[in-house]
Ligand binder design. Structure first.
Ligand code: C5P
Length: 223
């Protein structure tokens, strides 16, 4: 049977990637992290010394680089033109600039075209901000995953501590997350919004396992 298209959208640090990866594994589907693609464009631009406000220059970068994924634990590995950037795309500098890059219409056009190609054959779990609304409007399963800003910051804080990443305070992390949510929700092209036919899941009081189980049950019903 042909696999489904599963779209998981939501605000920053709601646990989309963790959950999407586990759901993909459970169903033998491909996992695609669209945020990693916008992060890769941002990193490549910063490395070239480009001002992220320079839309034409950032667009050229998006069109020129080749972003590829390889399975990996605990994270999927990401490459720009064959160079591994899995960790580099999660830096504070990329966090601070990615929403500006992701708001450039021509950058989005390029990324969306690549994402649709990846999802073409079905059997895909794709996570991001606009997957259910724009990238895959016909996806059979659409989830909008949310959690309170405090809980999202708390989880990220604990994760950074475990990974040994030098981090800011919990309050600063929460402020950065809220800033990114605001930019993502208020941009003109494909803002972060729940698709009309998406199922909203609030993970504030749920474990990763519980979220994965809920989404899996939804997929099984449709399959
Ligand atoms: O999901 P993640 O936090 O890694 O995404 C990083 C940023 O990329 C988001 O804050 C958003 O600005 C952008 N993004 C987007 N559309 C997507 C995925 C991510 O605009 N589909």
């Amino acid at each position: 049977m042909k696999g489904l298209q599963v779209a998981i959208d939501g605000p920053a640090s709601a646990g989309k990637s963790t959950v999407a990866k586990l759901v993909a594994k459970r169903f033998g589907y491909v996992y695609c992290d669209t945020g990693a693609m916008y992060r890769s464009v941002t990193l490549a631009a910063l490395q070239k010394g480009i001002n992220v406000e320079d839309q034409a220059a950032v667009t050229k970068v998006a069109q020129a680089i080749q972003i590829t994924f390889k399975p990996g634990e605990p994270e999927q590995r990401v490459f720009i033109d064959g160079q591994e950037v899995t960790e580099a795309i999660r830096s504070n500098e990329v966090n601070a600039n990615v929403s500006v890059v992701a708001a450039v219409p021509a950058v989005r056009k390029e990324m969306v075209a690549q994402q649709r190609k990846i999802a073409e054959a079905g059997g895909i779990v794709m996570d991001g901000r606009d997957v259910g609304t724009t990238v895959l409007p016909d996806a059979e399963v659409k989830i909008f995953l949310v959690a309170s800003a405090y809980e999202r910051a708390r989880r990220r804080f604990e994760e950074n501590k475990q990974k040994g990443i030098a981090t800011t305070t919990l309050a600063e992390l929460q402020a950065a997350i809220e800033r990114r949510d605001k930019l993502d929700s208020e941009r003109e092209v494909s803002p972060l919004t729940q698709a009309e036919d998406a199922i909203r899941l609030d993970s504030t009081h749920l474990s990763i396992e519980e979220v994965v189980d809920e989404i899996s049950a939804i997929i099984k019903k449709v399959e």
